[in-house]
Design a binder for this molecule. Structure first.
Ligand code: ADP
Ligand code: MG
Length: 294
């Protein structure tokens, strides 16, 4: 590859809205055979909103939302922001006394509320804490996640008292981009910390080939390494702090420009619009650039 052609390719990338970190990035992009895509904030808009609230027997929905929001107020996770916003909109009063707040990455949050342990997070967190989920709540959770929602269970005083369902819309171009990746001969893989049902729902709506759900933040990189051990050359598209190590490990890291600084710093390419189609353009551009010079 001549420096001139690569420079021209880089300039063309900038016009399209793709910031290319260096000439090597275009060369990497050509050899890619697999595209790994993060779900939340990459395939989806990352604008989460509370959809529904369910209370277990002996509790009410306002109490569930208030406790969830009290717990989540210390987290910047998009799920947490959605819950806090919903509580503000409903003017739900927050619990008085919150201490020892801790973030549990890929699981949820924990604190002591009025002196007793409380949790907001996914089914795995409840299982880790030995908290049984009442059958009625489990059914509501299964129903919501089958429809693609993320489920946040809320527990206090050693019992699950309810749950909040949060959903996020697919970005407009996700399905088109995934289809075009396929046309370019690339295998598509979804990588997410979210639950299996929600992940499969979204994957089938956009036509993703392979799904890895329930992946803890520190395991995302291991999934990339595993694909590479199997001979795949991997591009990864992500936006979160959670995605940074996986983006760095990928043969080609692609950050959503709307994403976190950590994701952008770990990547070879940055997409200036929240549009997965730009990742398709990047692969096409690299193939075209290298074709003209080889
Ligand atoms: P993703 O891979 O979708 O970006 P994360 O690794 O950030 O997701 O989170 C994975 C899962 O962990 C979420 O789907 C959610 O179930 C749970 N989770 C993470 N943070 C929180 C939080 N603050 N409150 C509730 N649940 C959370
Ligand atoms: Mg994300």
């Amino acid at each position: 590859a001549t420096p001139t052609a690569l420079l021209a390719g880089t300039g063309r990338g900038a016009q399209l809205g793709i910031v290319i970190r260096g000439p090597h990035a275009l060369e990497q992009a050509r050899a890619i055979d697999t595209v790994v895509v993060d779900k939340t904030g990459t395939l989806t808009k990352g604008e989460m909103a509370v959809q529904d609230i369910f209370a277990g027997s002996g509790h009410d929905r306002e109490e569930v939302l208030a406790l969830a929001a009290g717990l989540e107020s210390g987290s910047e996770h998009p799920i947490a922001q959605a819950i806090v916003a919903a509580a503000q909109a409903h003017a739900a009063s927050s619990p008085q006394h919150i201490e020892d707040f801790t973030i549990l990455p890929g699981l949820g949050v924990q604190a002591r509320v009025e002196g007793l342990q409380a949790f907001a997070g996914n089914a795995r967190l409840m299982a880790d804490q030995g908290l049984g989920i009442p059958l009625q709540l489990r059914e509501s959770a299964d129903q919501a996640s089958t429809e693609g929602a993320s489920v946040v269970f809320v527990a206090h005083r050693a019992a699950v008292i309810g749950l909040v369902t949060v959903n996020d819309e697919l970005s407009e171009n996700s399905a088109n981009a995934v289809r075009l990746f396929g046309r370019l001969g690339l295998r598509t893989v979804m990588l997410t910390g979210d639950n299996e049902r929600a992940a499969h729902h979204m994957a089938s709506r956009v036509g993703i080939d392979e799904v890895h759900a329930h992946v803890l933040p520190d395991q995302k990189m291991a999934v990339i390494t595993e694909l590479q051990k199997n001979g795949r050359r991997v591009a990864m598209v992500g936006d979160g702090v959670n995605d940074a190590a996986a983006l760095a490990q990928s043969n080609l890291g692609i950050a959503m420009g709307s994403g976190t600084d950590a994701a952008i710093a770990a990547s070879d390419l940055t997409l200036m619009r929240h549009d997965l189609m730009l990742a398709v353009d990047a692969i096409r551009l690299s193939r075209a650039t290298l074709r003209t010079i080889n």
